[in-house]
Design a protein around this ligand. Structure first.
Ligand code: HEM
Length: 268
C-alpha cells in the first residue's frame, strides 16, 4: 500500500516538474530565478534592505494601473479631461485604479528617496557599487520626469498651469533652456502637440527607460550583493563581543584590555 502511494507521489511530482524541467533545459531561466531568490545575503540584513523591493513594488503597481488607464484615456485636448472624468465616475472600479495611479506616483517617489537615503547612510554607494549609485541617480531623474509628464494628462487648470511653470523653469536653463522648452512644448505654445508629446513620453519612452535601468540596477545588486549595516561586526571584520568572563580573583589587579594592533612593550 505504502509503495503504491510513494509511486503515485513520484509520478505526480514528475508531472508537476515537467514544464519547469522543459523550460530549464531550453533556457536556463529556472536556474537563474532560483539563484536570484535563494542567493546568499549578509546575516545582518534588516528591514532597511526591503526599501528597494518596496520601491520596485510601487513601480509595478504604476505599470499595471497605467496600462488599465490607457485603455480609457483619450490624449486629445478636447476629450482628455472628459475621458478622465469618465474613468473616475462611469467606468467600473475606475476611481480606484485612477486613485492608485495618482497616489501611487507619490508613494513611488517617497520610497525612492527613502531607499536612496538608506543606501547613502549605509555607505552602500562606495566601492564597488559606485556604478549602481550612478544608475540609481539616472532612475531618480527619469522617475521625476515621469511625474512631470503625467501631471499634464488630466488636462484641467491645475495640470495646464503646472506644466506652464515647469516648462518655463526649464526654459531658464543657460544655453539649452529655450531649445528644451520648445522641445517639451512641441512648438511655441502649449497645446495639442504638447499633450500628444507628454502622453507618448509618459506611456512609452520613460517607462521603457525605467524598465531597462531597473533591470540593470537589479543585475548589479545581484552581482555585487548587498551591503551590511555600518554597525555590522561581520563587515568590519571585528571579533564578536567576548563571552562574559569569570569575575576577577580578589586581591589581583587584572591587566586592562588592549586595543587591536597595539604592541606590548618588551618589559610586559
Ligand atoms: C525604481 C527605483 C529603484 C528600485 C526598484 C531599486 C531596487 C533596489 C533593490 C531591490 C536593491 C537591493 C535591496 C536594497 O538594498 O533595498 C537595491 C540596492 C541598491 N540601490 Fe536601488 N532601487 C531603485 C532606485 C535607486 C536609487 C535612486 C539609488 C541611488 C541614487 C539606488 C542605489 C542603490 C544601491 C547603491 C544599491 C546597493 C545597496 C547595497 O549594496 O546595500 N537605487 N535597489
Amino acid at each position: 500500500m505504502a509503495v503504491t502511494s510513494t509511486k503515485k507521489r513520484g509520478k505526480l511530482e514528475g508531472a508537476a516538474m515537467y514544464p519547469l524541467d522543459w523550460l530549464e533545459e531550453r533556457s536556463g531561466l529556472v536556474g537563474g530565478i532560483k539563484y536570484f531568490l535563494f542567493r546568499k545575503v549578509p546575516g545582518d540584513t534588516s528591514w532597511w534592505h526591503t526599501l528597494g523591493s518596496a520601491t520596485l513594488t510601487a513601480f509595478l503597481v504604476q505599470l499595471v494601473t497605467g496600462v488599465i488607464l490607457a485603455m480609457y484615456y483619450k490624449p486629445d485636448v478636447n476629450s482628455a479631461h472628459e475621458s478622465v472624468q469618465h474613468i473616475t465616475h462611469d467606468v467600473w472600479g475606475g476611481w480606484l485604479v485612477r486613485g492608485m495611479h495618482r497616489w501611487g506616483a507619490s508613494v513611488f517617489i517617497i520610497l525612492l528617496f527613502m531607499h536612496m537615503g538608506r543606501v547613502f547612510l549605509f555607505g552602500a554607494y562606495k566601492y564597488p557599487r559606485e556604478l549602481n549609485w550612478i544608475v540609481g541617480v539616472l532612475i531618480l531623474a527619469t522617475a521625476l520626469f515621469e511625474g512631470l509628464t503625467g501631471y499634464l494628462l488630466p488636462f484641467d487648470q491645475t495640470a495646464y498651469w503646472a506644466t506652464v511653470v515647469a516648462i518655463n523653469i526649464n526654459g531658464t536653463a543657460p544655453f539649452v533652456g529655450p531649445y528644451l522648452a520648445t522641445i517639451l512644448r512641441g512648438g511655441a505654445e502649449i497645446g495639442p502637440d504638447t499633450l500628444a508629446r507628454f502622453y507618448s513620453i509618459h506611456m512609452l519612452l520613460v517607462p521603457g527607460a525605467l524598465i531597462g535601468l531597473i533591470g540593470l540596477h537589479l543585475y548589479l545588486v545581484v552581482r555585487l550583493g548587498v551591503t551590511s549595516p555600518p554597525w555590522s561586526k561581520d563587515a568590519a571584520d571585528r571579533p564578536p563581543d567576548p563571552e562574559p568572563s569569570a569575575p576577577p580573583r580578589s586581591g589581583l589587579v587584572q591587566p586592562a584590555p588592549r586595543a587591536a594592533g597595539v604592541r606590548r612593550r618588551p618589559s610586559e
